[in-house]
Design a binder for this molecule. Structure first.
Ligand SMILES: Cc1cc2nc3c(=O)[nH]c(=O)nc-3n(C[C@H](O)[C@H](O)[C@H](O)COP(=O)(O)OP(=O)(O)OC[C@H]3O[C@@H](n4cnc5c(N)ncnc54)[C@H](O)[C@@H]3O)c2cc1C
Length: 485
């Protein structure tokens, strides 16, 4: 008999939030703070979605997606969470690139990138400035036709090395490609360039603990191991959700689950217009990832000069298809020093991340899957040797995650790391026009994903839900501008 994870739950809420990714958590927090009765249902036994962590024997804690986000997180966390969370956001100082075209270390901000582009890559200062201004000036309402590749060709024709410098971290950060709309690149790149790359000091485990406490203070009823099976609709309006054989009434639902699962699995498709379903059916999923988690033995150290974040590649040229190939040539290493978790036992850890295709992992026999994971670990150790000499001797724990792992823990179709491609945003925003009271706040494309994008999308949607629940004379919440992301 399973434990009753719904013990004491009410019959009726104002809002049910499905999923505790950063978008769902933030929407729930703001709606609770605004006085609505909010129920947050998470299918996993932990909060956070992709913003999560896991613990292994020996005091090792691994973060899944704590590698870097833009400075805008400080403002968003201060406004929509609390000061304590905002105050623990700190900059990463050493971002490294190492590939056959160049090796360099940077603070990854506009000042340092201008210096590098001018002094090292020989670009005219005016061109660099114009490029930055163009990227900074892009917004959601601008030209959506120009691609990232065309933008680079306009400013740096034929310069594959510069494309690599400008693009590699962003591809890693959100799975975007040279074929995606340039504005999506411009917004994300400019956000990073404003002040560099930041992380949360204390680790994802502490962040989730602080967020959970804040949710409780705001009266949000938080339940884990609650896999929502169905969103119920009555007369074109949301009326409830079903799980564990129980129906819970609600006036609104915010789904933080994958957009395609929300539409095609959680609802009966007869509630949608055929044109909407066609548009939703064309939304592409984003690609997935593999990761290798490595922990050093107590007392073993990584030299701080190794950097915080290292974009390493052995490929001669920069090509999106190479970044996704199972024959891995590009890896992003995150190095975690004891300062990442000042409150915990002093430990050094490394997470190697690579973009990957679900299809390359799905359908393998159990033996082939195990062998592929083992090969992923061995190849990663070989690659790491260059940066952490004798790493095999120093390591106490190593394991790997694949697209199948991501699918298993988050229920993202295809183990998608960043939800859907950009076209998902219009479909996500149109949901309440199809079913009243139905909203989606979760990774859709490039702007609305990543830690900051997900939080800010949660804010925008909380605002919409608040207005729907009690249409105010004046807006009650303030949402961040898309360009602040
Ligand atoms: C390997 C990797 C590295 C990354 N690195 C970074 C980084 O360095 N910086 C950065 O900014 N971003 C990074 N990201 C992306 C970032 O983590 C995500 O974009 C963001 O956390 C997604 O938040 P979300 O709100 O979309 O929800 P998600 O994290 O996608 O969570 C959705 C939640 O919904 C739950 N759920 C789904 N279906 C149901 C259901 N039926 N019932 C109940 N619950 C359900 C899931 O269990 C999950 O908890 C990384 C992602 C990956 C995969």
């Amino acid at each position: 008999m399973p434990r009753d994870f719904l013990k004491g739950v009410r019959d009726q809420y104002d809002v049910v939030v499905i999923g505790s990714g950063l978008g769902g958590l933030t929407a729930a927090n703001l709606l609770g703070r605004a006085g609505h009765r909010v129920l947050l249902l998470e299918q996993h036994y932990k909060l956070g979605g992709l913003a999560t962590w896991f613990r292994r024997p020996g005091g090792h804690i691994f973060d899944i997606s704590l590698h870097g986000f833009p400075v805008g997180m400080i403002k968003s966390c201060r406004r929509y969470w609390n000061r304590q969370i905002a105050d623990q956001i700190v900059p990463l100082e050493r971002i490294r690139f190492d590939n056959p075209m160049f090796s360099l270390t940077t603070t990854y901000d506009r000042v340092d990138f201008t210096r590098l582009l001018v002094e090292r890559f020989g670009v005219a200062p005016e061109t660099v400035q114009e490029f930055f201004d163009t990227a900074r000036g892009m917004n959601f309402y601008g030209d959506q036709q120009q691609t990232v590749g065309q933008l680079f060709e306009r400013f740096f024709p034929g310069r594959q090395d510069i494309v690599r410098l400008l693009m590699e971290p962003i591809v890693y950060a959100n799975g975007s490609t040279l074929e995606d709309p340039a504005l999506t690149y411009g917004i994300v790149f400019s956000n990073f360039m404003s002040r560099g790359v930041y992380i949360f000091q204390g680790g994802t485990d502490q962040l989730m603990q602080l967020m959970h406490e804040e949710l409780r203070r705001n009266g949000v009823d938080v339940r884990i191991r609650c896999d929502v099976e169905q969103i119920l609709v009555d007369n074109g309006r949301v009326s409830g959700v079903r799980l564990w054989g129980q129906t819970i009434g609600t006036r609104a639902v915010v789904s933080n689950a994958n957009l395609r699962s929300t539409i095609f699995h959680l609802l009966d498709t007869r509630h949608f217009d055929p044109e909407f379903l066609e548009q939703a059916g064309e939304v592409r999923l984003n690609t997935s990832s593999t990761q290798v988690y490595l922990a050093l033995k107590p007392g073993e150290q990584i030299d701080e000069a190794t950097g915080d974040l290292l974009f390493s590649s052995t490929a001669e040229a920069f090509r999106t298809d190479l970044l996704l190939s199972p024959q891995i040539t590009s890896r992003t290493f995150s190095f975690y020093y004891p300062r990442t978790r000042p409150q915990a036992r002093p430990r050094h850890a490394i997470v190697s991340s690579t973009n990957a295709r679900y299809e390359d992992w799905k359908g393998l026999s159990p033996e082939a899957y195990r062998a592929a994971k083992r090969a992923l670990i061995e190849d990663t150790l070989d690659a790491l040797e260059k940066y952490v000499p004798r790493c095999r001797e120093k390591i106490e724990w190593v394991e790997a995650a694949t697209p199948i792992t991501f699918e298993h823990y988050t229920k993202h179709l295809g183990g998608a790391s960043f939800g859907t491609k950009f076209e998902g945003l219009a479909v996500s925003r149109a949901l309440p026009t199809q079913v009243q009271g139905l909203y989606h706040a979760g990774s859709v494309g490039i702007i609305m994903s990543g830690w900051l994008g997900a939080i800010n999308y949660g804010v925008i949607v909380a605002n919409d839900v608040d207005s729907w629940l009690m249409p105010p004379a004046t807006p009650r919440m303030t949402s961040p501008l898309v360009s602040e992301n």
